[in-house]
Design a protein around this ligand. Structure first.
Ligand SMILES: *Cc1c(COP(=O)(O)O)cnc(C)c1O
Length: 361
């Protein structure tokens, strides 16, 4: 019996995506692969809403985050991380691992990044090379107002680059990379993009490419410059995950067929439906500014959230995410992005509501 995946990555795969992964494998230095690779990059530009060059990485999303750090920064550079949850903290950890000391602006978990708080921090810390945000912080279920945040960065520190982790947001929640002035937009294949885990992408502006040329942190496998040099040949510098490229190509074909605005709309409708259903159960949302990609739900006081999730997985084969770090056991997170359907969400909601009664055996 199959599992129902309601997790914020990996998400379920469309049947046609499974199918292409069963086809004969291509060699990566062939014209046939080149066509597929170019298609993926072109369609990623469509989903990103950008004219910038997009590079593809054979890593999970965190590899894309690390690639932004090593390709844009030098020892001693100043960077600001606007944290709204566990994934903002990850940017801070990566920078510290490379010997940097980022300025951290912290929001209470569940709140979105406050543009006024950002403005104050930008005024107090001149000379920043870059500022990072999450598009959607999957740990808390918030969506950040990237349009407003990016505008504040460009206004107060025009030389600073805007770097966005849209690993869970892209392909589910509205993102306008170029119109919003986002210099680097990072994503991964296994969430809104409806492909298996293992590929990541970065859309990089000309300003960011300039910074990339002179950045002095050590880098080799994640060096965007070698990736960009291979683009005219429709190749990657090293062996790409060719099977995943085929899968991603098919998933992107489906997104184009539906239209990205329709994908956003469908995701927003399923999110509204989920939030209403949760309220009907008498539960409250964790996020003050809830995203459309997933719904984070506060569990009743005294309820063992870790056990709840284990029970639902064992008894119903439904995979629901719990809380991360200090939220472990206190919230559950029901994803509704990508190929997750209303029937899947209904199964998850039913599993949750039937276990809210203390008498449940
Ligand atoms: C999933 C996710 C990541 C990275 O996760 P990987 O497990 O490395 O793919 C980073 N940021 C956000 C917001 C995410 O949701």
């Amino acid at each position: 019996m199959n599992y129902i995946l309601l997790t914020p990555g990996p998400t379920p795969l469309p049947p046609s995506v499974y199918k292409v992964m069963g086809e004969q494998i291509l060699h990566h230095r062939t014209a046939e692969f080149g066509v597929q690779f170019q298609f993926v990059l072109d369609e990623m530009r469509y989903v990103y809403r950008t004219k910038n060059d997009v590079v593809m990485l054979t890593t999970s999303g965190t590899g894309a985050m690390e690639s932004a750090v090593v390709n844009l920064l030098s020892p001693g550079d100043k960077a600001l991380v606007h944290q709204t949850g566990a994934f903002g903290e990850r940017f801070t950890k990566i920078m510290k691992a490379y010997g940097l000391s980022p300025v951290v602006v912290d929001e209470v978990w569940g709140n979105a990044a406050d543009p006024e708080k950002l403005r104050e921090a930008l005024k107090k810390n001149p000379g920043l090379k870059l500022v990072t945000f999450q598009h959607t912080d999957t740990s808390t279920g918030v969506v950040n107002d990237l349009k407003a945040l990016s505008a504040v960065v460009h206004e107060v520190q025009p030389d600073a680059l805007v770097v966005v982790d849209s690993i869970s947001g892209l392909g589910a929640e509205e993102l306008e990379t170029d119109a919003w002035g986002i210099d680097v937009a990072l994503t991964g294949s296994q969430k809104g993009l409806m492909a298996p885990p293992g590929l990541a992408f970065a859309a990089v502006s000309e300003r960011a490419w300039k910074a990339c040329e002179t950045a002095a942190l050590p880098r080799f496998y994640l060096d965007w410059r070698t990736m960009r040099r291979s683009l005219p040949k429709k190749e990657t510098p090293y062996t790409p995950a060719v099977t995943l490229v085929a899968a991603q190509a098919e998933a992107l074909r489906l997104i184009r067929e539906e239209g990205i605005e329709n994908v956003w709309k469908r995701t927003a409708e399923l999110a509204a439906y989920t939030r209403a259903a949760v309220a009907k159960m008498g539960l409250t949302l964790f996020a003050k500014d809830p995203a459309d990609i997933l719904t984070a739900v506060n569990l009743p006081a005294g309820m063992d959230g870790k056990k709840l999730i284990k029970d639902i997985l064992r008894e119903e084969r439904i995979s629901i995410a719990g809380g991360q770090l200090h939220l472990e056991g206190k919230i559950v997170r029901i994803a509704h992005m990508g190929w997750i359907k209303k029937a899947d969400v209904d199964a998850g909601l039913k599993a949750l509501s039937s276990r809210l009664q203390p008498t449940h055996a």
